[in-house]
Structures are given as C-alpha cells and as structure tokens.
Write a protein of this length. Structure first.
Lengths: 475, 88
C-alpha cells in the first residue's frame, strides 16, 4: 500500500515539474545530463517556418476533412448561400434540397428514415439533447437513468445535471476489459428507468460494447436506449433497427467531415419523445430550433456517403498494399477497416516485440482497431509524449487533457495508477500510411528505451527487485 | 469499341495518377494514389457496359474533384511532414 502511494507521488503528482525531481528518488544515481533536460510542461507553441510538421496519429481527437467532403461543401459556402428555411425564393429552395439530400445520406448510413435525423452542432449537443430531453419528458413517472463509468464527459456531465434536478442516476462499472456486464445491466434496470446510455466505441481505449445485446435487453424491458456512436459511425457497420437503438449521436468531425456539425437519430416507430433544449422557430421538427448550417450539413452528408461507399467495396486483403500477414480477421469487406486493422496490427506487433512490459488497455477482440491505448511500464506518459515530438499523439481524451489527473476511463477499467499515468493513445485512420506507422513505432521504441535507461525504477526491476515489496522512506 | 474503351480507361487511370501526385499534402497525396490504384485494380474484370459507364463517369468526376482540391491545397500550402523525403 505504501509503495503504491509513493509510486503515485513519484510518477503522478510530480507531473509537470522537472524530471530531475523525479529522478532524485532515495538512493538512486541520477545521470547529470538528465537533470539538465528541459522544463517539462508541454508548452504550446506554433511551428517555425521551416520546421517539419509532426505526423498526425490522433484520429480519435479529430480527423482531417476528406478532400471530397470539402469539394461538396465549397459551392454552399460560395454561391448557394441561402437559408434552407426560406420558402419563397430559389436560394432557399436549393439550400433546402441540399440539406434534405444530406439528411438522406446520413440516414442511409445507419439504416434509418430521413425523418428520424436531426442536425445538431455536434455529438456533445446530441448527447445533451437525448439524455436531458428524454429524462425530462418522462419525469412524471420515470426517474431513473443508467449510464456507464467510461462514457464521454458530456454524457457524464448531463447525468450530473439530471442528478441535481432530482433524478436517480446509476453509473455502471465496467469489467477490466472495458465491456459492461450484461447481467448486471439487467439487474440494474428498475421499473422506473427511462433511459440507458452506453457508447458504441470508446474514444480512449477503443472497446466496442455489445450494443445489440443491450438493445435487446432494453427493448424487452421497455426502456429507451441511447448510444453515443461518434467514434463508431462510418467505421463499423451500424443499423439502428438491428441494434435496437432508439437514439444515436453522430459527430461530423470524427468521420472526415467538418467540425461544428453532428446529428441525432430519434426513432419514430416506436416514437421517442424529447423535450427540446433549444427553443426557437421550430426547425428540425421542433426538436432543435435554429438555422441548419447548409454547408456543414452537406459536408456531413458527403462524409457519411463516402463512409458507406468504402464499407460496401469488396476488398479482399491482397496485392501490394498489404504486406502484413493475415490474421483470423481475414474476411473484411470494408476497405478502410481492412487497412486500419492491418496498420494497427503492424504498429502493435512492432512495439510489443521490441520492448517488454507494454500493456494494451481494453479488450483485445471487441474493439475498433484504429484506437490503440498502450501503457508503457516505468515510463511517464507526458515525458514520452514530449520525447515523441515528431508525432502528434495524446495520452487521454482531448477533453480531459487539461487536468493533470490520469484518465477516468483507465481508472474505471482498473488500471494501476502508475500504468494509467504512462498510457498513450495511438489513432490510425483513413489517411495513415505504412511509413508513418513504421516511423512512429521506431521512435516510440527508441524513446521508451532511452527513458527507461534513465529510470531508477527500471534499474530496480532489472535487478529483480519486486517494486511492490519496497518500503519507501520519506526524506 | 473494346480497344478504344481499354485505351480510354488507361488514359483516365494515368490522368488520375498524374493529378493525384500533385497534392501538396502528404496524407492526401498518398491516399489518392493508393485509392485510385486499388479502385482500378478491383474493377479490372468488370465487363457489363452499363456498369463500366457508371464507373468511368465516377472516375471522371473524381478527376475533376482531385484537380480542384489540388488547387485549393496549393493556395494554403504548409510545411512538409517528418516522413516526407527532401525535395531534390
């Protein structure tokens, strides 16, 4: 117990202060050059003119826009600038046609009816709308909401607001592989539960929840089921009727679309009623008033259509593009997915064969391959990120990176404090190349080795000392 | 007819690759080249003339998109990424 709290002190609370302090732990020789290495806080600064740009490996934070999406959006930014709700002139009509076309494209991707799609400003707004909207609408008779501990901050925060309004919220724990326990879910559902919210693919560890089973459970108990599918839409096949989902949040900038737009799927059969958050002129069936941003909606639609096309292409792994060995996941029928899996396996295998004591967080099978969260033991996450300055990576989700605490998702899956602090998230997407993956893997291996050389804990482990049995003394 | 179609397809393929090489952004460039090659390779045994016509139209549209996006990319060019080789 003592050792764990001291380890936490060594690695945890000294984040953001110089490494020399961390290395001066009792009795261990600190190397002189290490003590002079720069002050730690990852200072934000603009790139110099001739400085090379880092590789982008953070596809869960956001994605670059596909050129085809930008191409679809530009006419609506330049010439077709009408308000889609203007009914009296051609500018309005052409804008409205484009908006409805985009709505159909989004609906087709998830197997819904266009009338069930509401354009919002992003997945955060969609999550807020669905959770607060459903809970408040049915609050006369149903006061219970269920969610998980690994949800996105906006879901957890919405639930906290509901708690302060007098609702009962259960934050279900997850197993150590990140998945929820279905039996526990069945037991948690009460007669006065109105909503269950579970995200499809986690943005930090990449685990894929058993949505179909959860949907069946909720249907049988007459409870509405909301899922935050921001990271999943366009990447894994989703059909809302098959998955028995009643509400689904979609984010534009996670599927190579523009930032600032998203969508919410609200089922009509059986009808889900929502109390609207935003009041106004009654646009979007009264659920979300406000002018629909036509260029952004067109961009979202184009991004969804592209994702659909890529998913329908039959692409058997073969040919010069795929040099990695085929694993048991041979039969992908999706171009993007096949490629992302191949690159992910390549990255993970390269890293794990070269350096020991690396842990992949989250279930190894039930996951989206493009989101890899690795914990490097005896190395601090922030210093590794700084050492890997040529690669754009993150150590947790972007919305929690302002605080110095380790990610709550990793804590929820039961990772040790020290491993939680040393985790890095690698994101692979449509535009990642083999060279980028190889470069990242090599740099990572190099820097982890270098940082471990400097680490006194590593020295002790090499000598065979069991860290958990050490009695640390105070100085 | 078949002979001229084949020549047409090949010339379209070559133009697509030539235009894709002009993308200033490393990621877009590599993606466009890869995607064009894979799309043509995958559809090489399509015989039905209607399907062929559809695919060729799609290819022509893609060519126009790539040309426009290359110009947009050139207008807002930025530094090279770390893995790109030095320009000679």
């Amino acid at each position: 117990m003592m050792s764990r709290s001291v380890t936490r002190k060594l690695l945890g609370s000294i984040r953001g202060v110089s490494t020399s302090a961390r290395l001066n732990c009792p009795g261990a020789p600190a190397s002189a050059p290490a003590a002079q290495r720069g002050r730690e806080l990852i200072k934000s600064r603009e790139l110099e003119k001739d400085e090379l740009r880092p590789l982008y490996m953070d596809f869960q934070a956001t994605t670059p826009m596909d050129p085809r999406v930008l191409d679809a959006m530009l006419p609506y930014q330049v010439n077709y600038y009408g308000n889609p709700h203007s009914r009296t002139h051609a500018y309005g009509w052409e804008s409205e046609t484009a908006m409805e076309k985009a709505r159909k494209q989004v609906a087709d991707l998830i197997g819904a009816d266009p009338r069930e799609i509401v354009f919002t400003s992003g997945a955060t707004e969609s999550n807020n709308m669905s959770i607060k909207g459903v809970a408040r609408f049915y609050k006369a008779r149903k006061k219970h909401v269920i969610t998980t501990q690994t949800e996105h901050k906006c879901v957890l925060d919405s639930c906290r607001v509901l708690e302060s309004e007098g609702f009962d919220v259960t934050y279900m724990p997850v197993k150590s592989n990140g998945l929820i326990d279905l039996q526990q879910l069945v037991e948690t559902i009460r007669p006065d539960t109105s909503l269950v919210s579970v995200m499809t693919v986690n943005n930090e560890i990449g685990v894929k929840q058993p949505i179909k089973e959860i949907g069946t459970i909720c249907r049988s108990k007459n409870v509405f089921f909301h899922t935050d599918a921001a990271q999943a839409v366009g990447k894994i096949p989703i059909n809302v009727s098959e998955l028995k989902v009643d509400l689904m949040s979609i984010s534009g900038h996670k599927i190579y679309g523009p930032k600032g737009v998203g969508a919410l799927f609200v089922r009509r059969r059986p009808r889900v009623r929502i109390e609207p958050l935003q009041s106004g002129g009654g646009q979007e069936r009264g659920l979300r008033s406000g002018t629909v941003p036509t260029p952004l909606a067109v961009g979202l639609g184009a991004a969804c259509e592209l994702a659909q096309q890529e998913m329908e292409q039959v692409f058997l792994l073969g040919g010069k593009t795929c040099k990695a060995k085929l694993t048991k996941q041979k039969l992908f029928i999706c171009y993007d997915h096949a490629r992302v899996s191949m690159l992910a396996t390549r990255l993970v295998q390269k890293i794990m064969t070269e350096i020991p004591d690396v842990v992949m967080n989250g279930d190894p099978d039930q996951r989206y391959p493009g989101c890899i969260n690795l914990s490097f033991a005896y190395v601090e996450g922030e210093s590794l990120l700084m050492a890997l300055k040529d690669v754009a990576l993150s150590s947790g989700s972007a919305c929690t990176s302002a605080s110095l605490e380790p990610s709550y998702v990793l804590r929820a899956i039961g990772t040790d404090e020290d491993l939680a602090h040393s985790s890095i998230r690698f994101g692979i997407g449509r535009f990642t190349t083999e060279e980028e993956v190889d470069y990242t893997a090599e740099k990572c291996i190099q820097q982890v080795r270098r940082l471990r050389e400097m680490s006194p804990l590593w020295e002790m482990v090499q000598e065979g000392i069991d860290l958990k049995s050490i009695k640390w003394t105070q100085h | 007819m078949a002979a001229s179609s084949r020549a047409q397809v090949l010339s379209l393929y070559r133009s697509l690759l030539k235009e894709s090489r002009a993308f200033p952004s490393y990621n877009y460039r590599t993606y466009a080249l890869r995607r064009v090659r894979d799309a043509f390779r995958e559809n090489r045994s399509v015989k039905d003339p209607q399907a062929l016509e559809l695919l060729l139209n799609k290819a022509r549209d893609s060519l126009a998109i790539i040309q426009r996006q290359v110009s947009v990319g050139r207008m807002y060019e930025t530094q090279r990424t770390v893995v790109e080789p030095e320009p000679k």
